[in-house]
Design a protein around this ligand. Structure first.
Ligand code: SAH
Length: 244
C-alpha cells in the first residue's frame, strides 16, 4: 500500500515513519511512503505557498496552485490516488473508516497549515477527514494518526495475524482487560479465571468484560453493537450485576 503525503513540513515524518512496526513494514515492502514537499511545486521565485485571505481577516491561507501541481506530479508518477483532505471540518475518523481505507491501494493525505487551504481544494479531493473536535496547527499530526491506524490493518504489517481482530472498537466494543505477571501486585490480584486454564470459561469471561466495559464507559457504542444469542445472556448477567 502506498501513502503519499502532501505537506509543507516533510521532515515532520522522518522519525515517526522510521520506527517500529511501520519501519519494518516499509523494509518488507508492504508499505511505501512518498512524502512530497508542496513548496517544490510553487513555481514563482519565492516559492510562495500561502497568501492573505480574500475579504480580509487574520492569518494566511494556503494557495491552491502549488497543491494542484503537486497532485498532478503524484498522478503522473503513480496514478491517481484516493485523496483525503485533513481538516477539522471533515467527518470524524473512526476504526470503521480506518478499515475501509486500509483496502485502498494508494492514499494521498493532504496537510493544511495556517488558516487552512483555499476552499476550492474540496472539489479536488475524495474525502475530508477530521481526527476530532479540536484544532491542530497543521495536518501533519492528523495524517500520522491515519497512517498509524490504517497501516496496522494492512495484511502483513502486524506480525500476528490475529492480533487486531479482537481489539477495542473492531466490533463496536472495547477490548477486555489484559494482565501479565506478577499474579499479585501491591495486593491487586489478576482475576482467577485467567489463571484457571479453562479456555471456554476464559473466552466467556472476556466477552462479558468486554461488553460490561462498553456499557459502563461508552454506552454510545452499544447502539451499533449487534449481540448474538450468547451476548444477550451475558448482557442480562451484566445488567443484574449492575443493579445489585
Ligand atoms: N481555520 C481552519 C483550521 C486551520 S488549522 C478551520 O477553522 O477550519 C490548520 C490545518 O491543520 C488544517 O488545514 C488541517 O489540515 C489541520 N487540522 C487542524 N485540526 C485538525 C483536525 N481536528 N483534524 C484534521 N486536521 C486538522
Amino acid at each position: 500500500m502506498i501513502f503519499t503525503v502532501l505537506t509543507l513540513f516533510p521532515k515532520f515524518f522522518e522519525s515517526p515513519l522510521n520506527e517500529s512496526i511501520i519501519k519494518k513494514a516499509t523494509d518488507n515492502k508492504i508499505l511505501r511512503f512518498n512524502i512530497v514537499n508542496i513548496r517544490d511545486f510553487a513555481h514563482d521565485t519565492h516559492k510562495t505557498c500561502d497568501d492573505t485571505p480574500y475579504g480580509g481577516g487574520p492569518g494566511m491561507v494556503m494557495k491552491i496552485e502549488p497543491l494542484y501541481n503537486a497532485m498532478n506530479h503524484v498522478e503522473s508518477n503513480l496514478g491517481r490516488p484516493y485523496y483525503i483532505l485533513m481538516t477539522p471540518q471533515g467527518r470524524v475518523f473512526s476504526q470503521h473508516t480506518a478499515s475501509r481505507l486500509a483496502k485502498k491501494p494508494h492514499l494521498c493525505l493532504i496537510c493544511g497549515r495556517y488558516e487552512g487551504i483555499d476552499e476550492r481544494i474540496i472539489d479536488l479531493v475524495d474525502e475530508e477527514i477530521s481526527i476530532g473536535d479540536y484544532i491542530l496547527s497543521g495536518g501533519e499530526v492528523s495524517a500520522l494518526v491515519l497512517i498509524d491506524s490504517i497501516s496496522r490493518l494492512v495484511p502483513g504489517v502486524l506480525g500476528n495475524k490475529e492480533s487486531h481482530v479482537k481489539e477495542s472498537l473492531e466490533e463496536s466494543l472495547l477490548e477486555y482487560p489484559q494482565y501479565t505477571r506478577p499474579e499479585v501486585f501491591m495486593g491487586m490480584e489478576v482475576p482467577s479465571v485467567l489463571l484457571s486454564g479453562n479456555h471456554e470459561e476464559i473466552r466467556r469471561w472476556r466477552r462479558r468484560e468486554s461488553i460490561r466495559k462498553t456499557i459502563i464507559r461508552r454506552p454510545d457504542l452499544m447502539e451499533r453493537f449487534q449481540p448474538n444469542k450468547e451476548d444477550e445472556v451475558l448482557i442480562r448477567e451484566i445488567m443484574e450485576g449492575l443493579s445489585e
